[in-house]
Write a protein that binds this ligand. Structure first.
Ligand SMILES: [Zn+2]
Length: 566
């Protein structure tokens, strides 16, 4: 008979419990010294060994070989009848496992209380109640338990396991104060991997490095899951465990898919998002898993970008990400991660996952790239000949790399950068431009800024957020006033006057020059505002400006709480 790995390798002693030595050592010591508490609270994420440790505790308390000296160190023997029964979860007079998720009512609490009154089956044994998902217990149930814990019967131990201790704190603070609390650590992918490798070695099973990595990553901090997932792979056939087998068995998305999506984003091929997502959906990929997988890949890319190691990354993916280091930017990656993090809880519940995913990815592909303030300043003050952002770390794809952008105006506009405005205008603007006039310019100022953004001068557009044309001369001289006066913006805008003129000329005919002046100060400003404040102000302005120009984006900012990272 095949015994599942998850079962076969479930720890039988305190020493076997991976990672949680801070808990197991304390419990072992308490048993060895005969100082076991009446109530324990085991807190931590699922699959990290809470119930397992509770069982080992029950085994140690009731081990038949304790009197023989086997348990002097507090460890159960793991082999006697009592140990075996408790370990396997089969019926035991003295160890009662209760799933609070299914036994919530006050009746069960009374039942529990009555049962607790019964002593253990014999003098040398302990009655152990293991209450799983304890946060699901009702207030009434906790009240009943409080009465027991206030005057605990001898040789009765309660172990509460929960993933959400804060709920217990709300519902049953007085009980909490009578429990000894242990916080279990999440098992890191590296620890899971190490232990999994040991298990496979003991089982004489061969596995590829990448397969191990995929399994430990899919286990998401749970040793139990790692072993069950491995069982799942083994159930599909014998032989070496390869990355491909793991992927097939677990329905994982190939790493290349995530990398491919990052390429689409970096290349700003927004149109390809739809075909790619549709293909995944058609292939039956769970889009929720896809989005988590993509987040993992972005996290790994970010770690590499920042000089970290990304230990749970496969060799294959590591190589691919390293090849793309210059094209991905830490700020952008961080911004994407934040956006995914904000979306994920909603995503799981949504009936429109494909749409949500597409929208998110298209935004990633189209959003302005993060550029440091210094780079913005450099890029803009470099003047009209200094290409878009010469030293920006933004890893913008070269213009000729983005021929598949969805809208033709994007292509033309992006090529217009650095070209004589007149030549490209004809392509972008089919209808004859309106003659320039102050009222018209004011009215369509937002369009001018949008035009700047689409032609790749979004930083300039941002600097112009709080500006307005105040005069248009007969000769076509457009005067723009900046409000509030801001030296940084003023410089930037003045340096970009040629581009502003080009943008104006896509909509109006007859503009010849652009001059920029600061608005007259109404209120005196602090003379030396700290730099930090100024940066903050610029950020706020940029965000406000983005919202003003693009209602869709504004909604996205609200929904995703996007922050501009500088
Ligand atoms: Zn035993």
């Amino acid at each position: 008979m095949y015994i599942s790995l998850a079962r076969k390798y479930r720890p039988k002693t305190f020493a076997d419990v991976a990672v949680q030595s801070h808990v197991s050592n304390t419990l072992k010591g308490a048993i060895a010294r005969g100082r076991v508490a009446h109530g324990y609270l085991m807190c931590g994420p699922r699959g990290v060994g809470k119930t397992t440790l509770a069982r080992v505790l029950a085994m140690a308390l009731n081990c038949e070989r304790r009197s023989e000296g086997a348990g002097k160190d507090g460890e159960p023997c793991g082999e006697c009848l009592s140990c075996t029964r408790i370990w396997s979860g089969s019926a035991s007079l003295d160890v009662v496992e209760i799933d609070a998720a299914s036994n919530r009512g006050v009746d069960d609490a009374r039942d529990l209380r009555e049962r607790a009154m019964y002593s253990p089956s014999s003098d040398d044994r302990y009655k152990v109640y293991i209450v799983d998902e304890a946060h699901m217990l009702t207030r009434e149930a906790w009240n009943a338990l409080l009465k027991i814990l206030e005057e605990p019967p001898p040789r009765v131990v309660f172990v509460f396991a929960t993933t959400e201790p804060q709920k217990i704190a709300q519902a049953a603070a007085p009980v909490l104060s009578r429990l000894q609390r242990f916080d279990f650590k999440r098992i890191g992918a590296a620890d899971v991997r190490m232990r999994l490798a040991a298990v496979l070695l003991a089982e004489k099973l061969d596995a590829d490095d990448d397969a191990l990595t995929m399994l430990s990553r899919a286990a998401d901090g749970s040793m139990r899951d790692a072993l069950s997932l491995t069982d799942q792979v083994l159930a599909q056939g014998d032989g070496r465990i390869t990355a491909e087998r793991v992927r097939d068995a677990l329905g994982l998305v190939a790493e290349d898919e995530y990398i491919g999506m990052l390429d689409i984003i970096a290349d700003r091929r927004a149109g390809d998002v739809f075909t790619n997502v549709a293909r995944l959906a058609d292939a039956g990929v769970d889009l929720g898993s896809f989005i988590s997988g993509l987040a993992d890949m972005i996290r790994a890319a970010l770690a590499l970008q920042l000089g970290g190691t990304a230990p749970d990354l496969s060799t294959h993916a590591r190589r691919l990400l390293q090849e793309r280091q210059t094209r991905l930017n830490a700020g952008d990656l961080l911004r994407m991660l934040t956006a995914i993090g904000e979306l994920e809880p909603r995503f799981r519940r949504s009936a429109q996952q494909q749409l949500l995913l597409e929208t998110l990815l298209v935004r990633f592909a189209l959003l302005d790239r993060t550029v440091s303030l210094e780079a913005v300043l450099q890029g803009i003050t470099a003047g009209s000949h200094g290409a878009a952002q010469p030293s920006a770390p933004a890893a913008l794809p070269p213009v000729d790399r983005a021929p598949e952008l969805p809208s033709s105006s994007f292509i033309d506009a992006s090529r217009a950068v650095g070209d004589p405005p007149g030549v490209e205008i004809a392509k972008v603007q089919a209808s004859p431009p309106t003659p320039i006039e102050l009222n018209n310019v004011v009215e369509r100022w937002g369009d001018v800024l949008s035009q700047l953004t689409t032609s790749g001068r979004s930083m300039l557009a941002t600097a112009l957020e709080r500006s307005l044309p105040v005069a248009v001369s007969r000769q076509g001289l457009v005067t723009i006033e900046l409000d509030p006066p801001n030296e940084f913006n003023e410089k930037a805008v003045a340096a970009g006057s040629r581009e502003i003129l080009a943008a104006i000329s896509t909509i109006f005919s007859g503009a010849t020059r652009v001059v920029v002046k600061a608005a007259v100060k109404v209120r005196p400003e602090p003379i030396a505002a700290p730099k930090r404040l100024t940066e903050e102000a610029v950020k706020v302005e940029r965000l406000a400006g983005l919202r003003k120009r693009d209602p869709t984006l504004s909604a996205a900012i609200d929904a995703l709480d996007l922050e501009l990272l500088d």
